[in-house]
Ligand binder design. Structure first.
Ligand SMILES: *Cc1c(COP(=O)(O)O)cnc(C)c1O
Length: 694
């Protein structure tokens, strides 16, 4: 915040919060009843309209686009307040169920909390009314306000007409006071949304006169005895409508701290109002603390401010993402890839999404949640921890563990409904002996010679299906050269496929049901004709990334889900002959500008990426990575880039303008496959999900 910012709007919320505390503590009541009435029931009544108008002002300024997140925040705050006052509610005795509904949705669970349901309902209504245009919206809201007014300060007058009294009897059944719900809040929210800043002298005169008139109205009403409640006055809209433009015209900038502390003050002050009398009794100070209205007001005020400031100071800090280095997952691309893969497999064949190694660095829980939304019901992971992680994030469906799990963990498998791969015959027996019935898929080794019961070992294989503690729901194998289109490789894959086929035939000849069958992974999809099995296990294809640039037989329209981005933290200048980075690995022959980018091998970038000719995208242009990549930084030559500044986004993988760098490209540059790179990502990289466009 620069010095010239006064954040008047936010700081006046603190004043409004103090007025609310006045309203609930009656500071002048020991001295003058009328004065206290004037302060707390007339003047202090500007506070809530002010809060509402500020909300309306900001929501309308953002064209109501922030409505949903504003409502979310408000609902969460209200829930927290409900929980905070639960003990007091319990002490006072529970509500009956219809009462409880009215309390939560209209009246608030404690006297001051009416504000939250009114704000939530008010924003919802205002948002709808605003679509009708300013004039109609305000007209309708004014009518609601007038109805509210009749049930508030002017009730004694209007209820002399019996049909009006009957109408209000009905309203009061739902709204105990007409300030609740829809009568007061939409009006002030819309007023705040519609007034423009003004510093015209006549606005100031109008504001002054309307406050004088409001004072007269309030005191006069006090003596008429008409007031059923004293939250709403005829002249309050005029006061606020003339005062707010002046405040707006003087306001410069924002003050988050004032905003949050004022909200805390509003929420917690009744706690001290409730605690003060017993505290005074316990400490024998009743005669000062509760005896004198000003002293008790000041005590409540002091405690409220102190605790609010402390709570603000210890609030959980959320560190913004996208400031150092982050992964961005594109939900739309993932959805399209799922559809494309479904289009490439036979009807009835299902996708099993392979989410090992943090879903290849994409964020396993986030990806699993998205996939569930896109209708994927089967998942595979490498180890039991990964399976448990998904279950703890409430991911349903089948989760197959592809690797070894110690047989003595059978109970854990069962508890988390995880399906275990039977990685060989001995393992199957050991798992059975663990004495806990678990779901398994039986692995057949058709030629990779890593996991599985050798495909020729029909005796061992078929014995697994008879084990009483193993519930076999699937049988699978894995191809080891399906990524290659070499003649020899293709022959090998064919052999693997026929081995699989023969094992399954042998099982069926023995009357054994193999459950769901699967052998294809991503390259099985890319390079083989459609297969007759019931599941495909896919990782790379789902994420739209090929392991290497080599050609594949079937083109499936897939796009990368993951981008990797970072920022320029600062720029340095090198003179010809100077070097930069570890090991003097980069020495420049010309004067050059170097951008320091906050991502390094600690984030998964290969250390020799620059030496092998790696580059990144900045402002849609390719820029060379120079020298050795450090653990947390790398250096990029930006000499030929005209307008570059600290904070600019650097795309390490992904698209920027016309250019795109894929993980396949990076892997190829570094002499490895994209799978290896992806599995080194993560840990301290933030994860950002770009939602799917509707
Ligand atoms: C990793 C893995 C897969 C997925 O491979 P992709 O090439 O990513 O589709 C499938 N099956 C097994 C046994 C695996 O280990």
């Amino acid at each position: 915040m620069t010095r010239r910012e006064n954040a008047l709007l936010d700081r006046l919320r603190l004043v409004a919060a103090v007025l609310v505390i006045c309203n609930h503590t009656s500071p002048l009541s020991s001295y003058t009843i009328l004065g206290d009435f004037y302060l707390t029931r007339v003047l202090a009544r500007v506070a809530v309209p002010f809060f509402l108008m500020v909300s309306g002002h900001f929501l309308a300024k953002g064209n109501w686009s922030g409505t949903v997140s504003f409502l979310k925040k408000t609902v969460l705050t209200y829930l927290a307040a409900i929980v905070l006052y639960l003990p007091i509610n319990i002490y006072n005795g529970f509500f009956t169920f219809p009462q409880l509904l009215r309390r939560v949705f209209i009246q608030g669970t404690l006297y001051h909390l009416w504000y939250f349901p009114a704000l939530i309902l008010g924003v919802l209504i205002s948002r709808q009314l605003a679509k009708l245009g300013h004039a109609y919206a305000l007209l309708i809201a004014s009518c609601l306000y007038l109805i509210g007014l009749g049930g508030d300060s002017y009730y004694g007058l209007v209820s002399q007409l019996s049909f009006i009294k009957e109408l209000y009897d009905i309203i009061f059944l739902i709204f105990p006071h007409t300030r609740c719900g829809l009568f007061l809040s939409p009006f002030f929210i819309l007023l705040g949304a519609n007034v423009r800043p003004s510093r015209a002298p006549r606005t100031a005169v109008l504001a002054f006169l309307s406050f004088v008139a409001l004072s007269a109205e309030g005191i006069w009403l006090h003596f008429t005895g008409w007031q059923r409640h004293d939250s709403m006055y005829l002249l309050l809209p005029l006061c606020m409508g003339s005062l707010f433009p002046i405040i707006l015209s003087l306001n410069r900038g924002q003050d988050r701290r004032a905003r949050q502390i004022s909200a805390l003050m509003y929420i917690i002050h009744p706690l001290f109002i409730a605690l003060l009398p017993p505290a005074a009794r316990l400490t024998g100070t009743s005669y000062v603390l509760s005896g004198n209205s000003i002293v008790s007001f000041l005590a409540v005020l002091f405690l409220t401010i102190t605790v609010s400031v402390v709570l603000y100071a210890i609030r959980p800090i959320q560190i913004g993402k996208k400031y150092r280095a982050w992964r961005e997952i594109d939900a739309g691309a993932l959805a399209r890839n799922v559809s494309a893969i479904r289009g490439a497999i036979p009807p009835g064949c299902e996708i099993m999404a392979v989410l090992k190694a943090d879903a290849y660095g994409h964020g396993d829980v986030e990806i699993a949640r998205l996939l569930r939304r896109f209708g994927v019901r089967r998942f595979a992971v490498a180890c039991i921890q990964e399976g448990i992680r998904l279950r703890r994030a409430l991911i349903g469906g089948e989760i197959l563990i592809l690797g070894y799990t110690p047989p003595d963990m059978a109970a854990v498998l069962k508890r988390y409904h995880l399906t275990q791969a039977v990685i060989d015959g001995h393992y199957g027996l050991a798992l059975d002996r663990a004495g806990c019935r678990v779901s398994v898929h039986v692995a057949i080794d058709t030629g990779m010679h890593r996991l599985g019961i050798p495909s020729g070992d029909i005796e061992v294989l078929s014995s697994i299906y008879a084990l009483k503690n193993l519930k076999v729901t699937g049988t699978f194998s894995h191809l080891c050269v399906s990524d290659s289109l070499d003649v020899e490789a293709q022959e090998y894959t064919k052999k693997q496929l026929s081995n699989f086929q023969e094992s399954l035939s042998a099982l069926s000849a023995k009357g054994i049901d193999p459950g769901r069958t699967h052998i294809q992974a991503s390259y099985g999809l890319w390079n083989l004709p459609q297969q007759p099995w019931s599941i495909v296990r896919t990782g790379m294809a789902l994420f739209g990334i090929k392991s290497s640039p080599s050609a594949v037989a079937n083109s499936i329209p897939l796009s990368p889900v993951l981008s990797l981005k970072s920022r320029i933290t600062h720029l340095t200048h090198l003179q010809a002959g100077q070097s930069a980075g570890y090991g003097l690995a980069f020495r420049t022959e010309r004067d050059c500008n170097i951008a320091v980018v906050s991502i390094g091998y600690g984030d998964g970038i290969p250390r020799d990426y620059g030496l092998r000719g790696g580059y990144v995208l900045i402002h849609g242009a390719a820029c060379r990575v120079v020298g050795l990549v450090c653990m947390d930084q790398m250096l990029v030559d930006v000499t030929d880039m005209p307008e570059i500044a600290p904070g600019d986004i650097v795309t390490v993988a992904g698209r920027d303008g016309e250019l795109e760098i894929t993980f396949t490209d990076i892997a190829d540059t570094c002499g490895t496959i994209a799978n290896e790179l992806l599995s080194h990502l993560g840990r301290r990289l933030d994860l950002v999900c770009v939602p799917k466009k509707r």
